[in-house]
Design a protein around this ligand. Structure first.
Ligand code: HEM
Length: 389
């Protein structure tokens, strides 16, 4: 396993911050196959890249015919991005998110109750994966009987095409099938608007302009992709980190009001999104290196969140530390739209967890495996044992 996808990649980040804070890596490959990028590891540089969208564009990935994702909000710059962002802000209302809380609680209880008697569970499969899928599909208004199919498509799309069965063909087929599915659902909603996210996206209007059909489909796919694996990883990373700190479990059982603080520290310590890429629109100097127009830049959020100039003693997991400067949800105009939802899901899930179980430990003898993606910090498995409260 490479250093960067190790369970504890932090010493590698510390070394890079010191020895090679900005360097050109000819081998690093972006997921559509582009090879060779600038790697950037220090907090101030990473933040600058995310702030300066005119110099560091989000439109670096090729626009592919038949791929609604490639016209999605994450891959656009202003002025188009400004329009899409205003639309999603109108549709993704805090009140809509807040209303989900009792339902998330009930789902979390249901999933945990199934495992309580056994005293053990595969946390990723039985909890961290299903919760976000159920929440995002419910929020969007995807019918219950369809949600696993939609999830499987999302999974096919998120994988590196080079590494999955079906390869690039499977990647595009999943997008095509999903496009047909969402077009039908959008048509149905247009006839009969509801109180769900898809209906709100159809209704939303900015300066007299509404989303066209392709943009509606694209938003549906982006929301599914952006909202699932990231939140799954946050839940998994939280429980994994708590197994390393039994004293914090004890503290959170006694002081559940500190759960949001613990979540913020997990987001900093094991950031679900480890890096973001951009493309330079002009020649620019950063960290003493000249980045040429057209060069790709990979900004390491996971490393920035471990920069000792901003977070003293960064390798220490400390739920009481000052960590509001962490950039786990990005920074600037593309700052995560779903951050309040992700925080709510994690808060409710952990409140339920610590109200029902204690002494969570890794199952003896189990080998924890990290997803080999360098872009995400997520676990492939997390077998745990625990006591009921
Ligand atoms: C712990 C969970 C999550 C993490 C760590 C996370 C992280 C991020 C990051 C780092 C970005 C910035 C991307 C960039 O600058 O290129 C982002 C953007 C975004 N996220 Fe999240 N996210 C999470 C959950 C969610 C959820 C639950 C949703 C929706 C249901 C969501 C929807 C989005 C969208 C739509 C964008 C694009 C915003 C834009 O381009 O203006 N995210 N997220």
């Amino acid at each position: 396993m490479s250093l960067i996808t190790a369970l504890h990649p932090f010493p590698f980040y510390y070394e890079m911050q010191k020895e090679r804070p900005v360097y050109f890596d000819p081998e690093y490959t972006l997921n559509w196959g582009h090879k060779g990028v600038w790697q950037v590891f220090q907090y101030q540089d990473v933040k600058r890249i995310l702030s300066d969208y005119e110099t560091f564009s989000s439109e670096g990935a090729p626009k592919v015919e038949g791929s609604p994702l490639s016209i999605g909000i994450t891959q656009t710059d202003p002025p188009r991005h400004t329009f899409l962002r205003k639309i999603i802000s109108k549709a993704f209302l805090p009140s809509v998110v807040k209303k989900l809380e009792p339902w998330i609680r009930q789902q979390s209880e249901e999933l945990l109750d199934q495992a309580l008697a056994a005293g053990e569970m595969e946390f990723m499969e039985e909890f961290a994966i299903p919760i976000p899928v159920r929440v995002i599909t419910r929020l969007m208004g995807i019918p219950n009987q369809d949600y696993m199919q939609v999830y499987e498509w999302a999974n096919l799309i998120i994988q590196n095409p080079a590494e999955v069965e079906g390869g690039v063909e499977g990647f595009f087929r999943a997008q095509q099938e999903q496009t047909v599915f969402f077009k039908t659902l959008i048509e149905e909603r247009k006839q009969n608007l509801q109180d769900d996210l898809i209906s709100h996206l159809i209704r939303a209007e900015v300066d007299g302009e509404k989303l066209g059909e392709d943009d509606l489909v694209s938003f549906c796919m982006v929301l599914l992709l952006a909202g699932n694996e990231t939140t799954t990883n946050l839940l998994g990373n939280a429980v994994f980190t708590f197994t390393e700190h039994p004293e914090i479990q004890e503290h959170l059982i006694q002081n559940p009001e500190d759960i949001p603080k613990a979540i913020e520290e997990v987001l900093r310590y094991r950031s679900p999104v480890q890096n973001l890429f951009r493309v330079a629109t002009k020649d620019v100097e950063i960290g003493g290196q000249t980045i040429k127009k057209g060069d790709y830049v990979v900004a390491w959020l996971g490393s920035a969140n471990h920069d000792s100039t901003v977070f003293p003693d960064p390798d220490k997991f400390d739920i009481h530390r000052e960590n509001h400067k962490a950039i786990s949800f990005g920074h600037g105009i593309h700052y995560c739209v779903g951050a309040p939802l992700a925080r709510l899901e994690a808060k409710v899930a952990l409140e339920v967890l610590f109200s029902k179980v204690k002494e969570i430990q890794l199952k003896p003898g189990a080998a924890i495996r990290r997803n080999p993606s360098t872009m995400m910090y997520g676990l492939l498995n997390l077998p745990i044992v625990f006591q009921s409260q």
